[in-house]
Design a protein around this ligand. Structure first.
Ligand code: HEM
Length: 122
């Protein structure tokens, strides 16, 4: 069975301060620490997306199918489906007010038509 990682766990492994370099590609997690230095496109491009979802960047670079196959070697697991992104500008936790609920009027049961006439087009 594949190891499941939270987005926050992946984000910690962003290659900074000697940390490993993990990236996400199509919902899978890859440890490309050893590959970064050998990347034909240079280290920086991978480090920019380290700890993050690199799917768009990877696809945008027009990689060959060899590159996609290369990636398989580094797979370490998958991202948890319910994993929430940790963003720097996420809503502050102090916001305890619940959003004002829009109350809709209760649905009225279908009333039988008072008029007995029934319009038919034919
Ligand atoms: C982390 C996983 C990655 C792997 C395994 C990988 C692999 C490769 C490989 C094998 C090549 C050689 C050309 C090819 O076969 O397509 C390549 C080239 C290239 N990669 Fe990546 N790549 C990765 C991530 C990225 C990312 C995130 C970017 C960001 C935009 C990127 C940008 C490029 C560019 C621009 C080239 C072309 C370099 C040149 O032709 O001079 N790569 N990559």
């Amino acid at each position: 069975m594949s190891q499941i990682y939270q987005l926050s766990e992946v984000a910690e492994n962003n290659g900074k301060k000697g940390k490993p370099v993990w990236i996400i590609y199509k919902g899978n997690v890859y440890d490309v620490t050893g590959f970064v230095k050998n990347h034909p496109g240079g280290e920086d491009l991978i480090l920019e997306v380290a700890g993050k979802d690199a799917t768009k960047a990877f696809n945008g670079a027009g990689h060959s199918s060899d590159a996609v196959n290369d990636l398989k070697k580094y797979k370490i697991g998958e991202v948890a489906i319910n994993s929430q992104p940790t963003t720097a500008n996420a809503a502050p936790t102090s916001a305890t007010k619940s959003p004002t609920e829009q109350k809709l009027p209760p649905k009225e049961p279908m009333k039988p038509s008072s008029s007995s006439s029934f319009l038919c087009c034919c």
